[in-house]
Design a protein around this ligand. Structure first.
Ligand code: SF4
Length: 417
């Protein structure tokens, strides 16, 4: 162990700018809800944000709030409040911690941004079931609480090849939302404004993809743990100029790192793929443990979920339909295995960790034989970590540490180190 280099924490300087634009976003949302000068829509993280922004709504993403609750470790204490009103501890812990936060009147938003009470009051809630059914039940809770409309898109799941019929059905649902949204917004859809937002979203997503793919360099200048923080603008500010500007800034910094040979993990020996949800409350601990073991967790399905290459401003409805159908989480097992094979080869991966998130079966891909197919079919050592995105009662730190150490030893043996 003593011959391992002492790890130095590598600050991403662009992050200061990210903090500014994220704060500006939350202050704009708060202002819109308080002054009623602009309507507020709540939207699922892979919901039709471009349409909402194109129609002039301020858009709030409850899953981002869920991630903040997890990262600040507020979630575990808030979940029982939602359980007490009938939301099971077995369902999405973003949902339960967010509802718990609402019931208790405590939010990481007000801690981070003094003067803001918490999430903005919605005028409408808009979901897409492409990721799971939980989002619909989550939004229906708030629809009842605030007595506001809940509208959504029902997406096909377990999709192999995407057909014209799939795209048409989602595109028709998107179009069918417009009259209701126009009624709430009090204005007609301006197609030029909508196309502009789709165009900006496409630029954002292309840059975000480039950011993630820079991790294919050896050594990688970026970790998955950095990615979980840096993805914020791609999720909540997509469709906006400031997100595009931010990723240009970040990319320039990462390219400099590559040129200077700066590694995110000093003495990188192992390159690891993370599959599944982050364990938000343990990002720092996991990042430190992997770095100390000279293992760089550098790519993930999760961070890549906000890459939407299909977006096309000239065909906004159809391209949004395709973009939100092509998502990994919507696809069948064969597609997923082929996707993993491409990622393993693109990033030069030595091993793959599957996070089995107790409350998110939708984003845990270890339950239907995939781990075995990857280990045997692709000759790749795998590890399953049991935990959760937000409910830390489902995660044993001690067990995870031991399993990770043993796993890295296995990787070292395979590489003859
Ligand atoms: S995909 Fe998982 S984490 Fe995301 S909202 Fe659905 S159940 Fe929750």
């Amino acid at each position: 162990m003593s011959d391992r280099p002492k790890q130095t924490f590598k600050k991403i300087h662009a992050s200061g700018r990210m903090k500014e634009i994220m704060e500006a976003h939350f202050r704009e949302l708060d202002e819109a809800a308080r002054t009623k000068k602009q309507k507020v829509a709540w939207c699922t993280s892979v919901g039709p944000a471009e349409l909402l922004k194109g129609m002039g709504f301020q858009v709030f993403f409850p899953e981002n709030h869920g991630a903040m609750l997890g990262a600040t470790r507020m979630a575990t204490d808030l979940i029982p409040l939602a359980n007490a009103i009938g939301y099971s501890p077995d369902i999405c812990s973003y949902l339960t911690s967010d509802i718990g936060s609402y019931l208790k009147g405590e939010s990481p938003i007000s801690r981070a941004y003094p003067g803001i009470d918490g999430p903005p009051r919605p005028d409408v809630l808009v979901f897409n079931t492409n990721q799971c059914r939980d989002v619909q039940d989550w939004f229906n809770f708030y629809g009842r609480e605030f007595n506001v409309p809940v509208i959504g898109i029902q997406t096909h799941r377990g999709v192999g090849e995407i057909t014209r019929a799939h795209v048409d059905s989602i595109s028709a649902q998107l179009k069918a939302m417009v009259p209701k949204l126009e009624e709430i917004a009090g204005t007609k859809l301006d197609m030029d404004a909508f196309k502009r937002v789709v165009g900006l979203s496409r630029q954002c997503t292309d840059l975000w993809k480039e950011v993630l793919e820079i991790a294919s360099h050896k050594p990688s200048p970026l970790t998955f743990f950095d990615g979980t923080i840096q993805m914020g603008p791609a999720v909540i500010l997509r469709g906006e100029e400031r997100a595009v500007d931010y990723y240009r800034l970040l990319l320039a910094e990462l390219k400099q790192r590559v040129e200077a040979g700066v590694a995110a993990v000093d003495g990188e020996k192992f390159r690891i793929y993370w599959e599944g949800m982050p364990i938000w409350g343990k990002l720092r601990d996991l990042s430190t443990q992997f770095a100390d073991l000279q293992a760089c967790v550098l790519a993930s399905t999760y961070c890549s979920s906000w890459v939407f290459p299909a977006l096309d401003p000239d065909a906004p409805f159809d391209s949004m339909a395709r973009a939100y159908l092509e998502l990994f989480i919507v696809r069948d097992e064969d597609y997923k295995e082929a996707y993993f094979a491409r990622q393993i080869s693109r990033y030069g991966i030595d091993g793959m960790i599957f996070h089995d998130a107790k409350t998110c079966p939708n984003n845990s891909n270890n339950r239907y034989g995939m781990v075995e197919r990857i280990s045997e079919g692709h000759d790749l050592p795998t590890l399953v970590l049991h935990g959760d995105l937000n409910d830390l009662r489902c995660y044993s730190e001690e067990q995870a540490r031991t399993n990770i150490e043993a796993y890295i030893e296995q990787l070292a043996e395979k590489k003859g180190l």
